[in-house]
Design a protein around this ligand. Sequence first.
Ligand code: FE2
Length: 271
Amino acid sequence: MVIAQISDMHVLRAGSRLFGALDTFGLLARCVEHLNRLPTPPDAVLVTGDMTNDGEPADYEALAGLLDRLAMPYYPIPGNHDDREHTRRAFRHLGVLPATGPLHYAVEHLLVRLIALDTVVPGETHGHLGAEQLAWLEATLRAAPDRPTIVFLHHPPFPTGIEHMDAIRLDDADALRAVIARHAQVERVACGHLHRAIQVRWAGTVAVTAPGTAHQVALTLGPGDPARWIAEPPGALLHLWQEGVGVVTHVTYVGDHGGLQRFDQPHAIAS
Ligand SMILES: [Fe+2]
């Protein structure tokens, strides 16, 4: 089975452009189409936050309409650009978000168990889980120790080396690390926020961040490097579950990139 992960769509109502340049609504529409047409269609899609740029109700209306075009179920969590209550309202029809409080929940009916966490601190850009949510996570993981599990949250709990983003990561990462390290069934900790594909060994499992469906955060690994974005290709992660293997994570780039080519024939892509 395949679980796709999309992130950081920063959707604005159709016709508006982010930074005066990016049609984030149109870019997400292309991504939805891409996932629907994959040769092995995902069984579900994780949506790891910063779904809208401004958190306005009209943005969520546009967003939910677009995501409802996915041919498979999808599971959203908010990021620092999102509004928790507007998210709750926009996705009420999915039947997975709790009616009150943080938007954490578990999805039980797939081969891989999914656990969603809510790291939003209203008005702030960094993330925080808090003791209550961590206790919920501990109890939820303890309830099914033998089921392979993906835990997903917007803010990564590890420093990436991209300084300006590390300054706004999850601030209670050590507490999350202690919980995750106690539960060997966690196959992945899947995050957004970074607008790049990044992997690290963390808390006895593998933690990853997903590329954005619109703009990417520029790769700047030097101290004091300025924050920049770059129009590198939008993409998504595909977490492939194989019995006896575990989860293998791939990146798929939105678009057809000249189509499939045979290895034994001259390629048809114009140079
Ligand atoms: Fe973002």
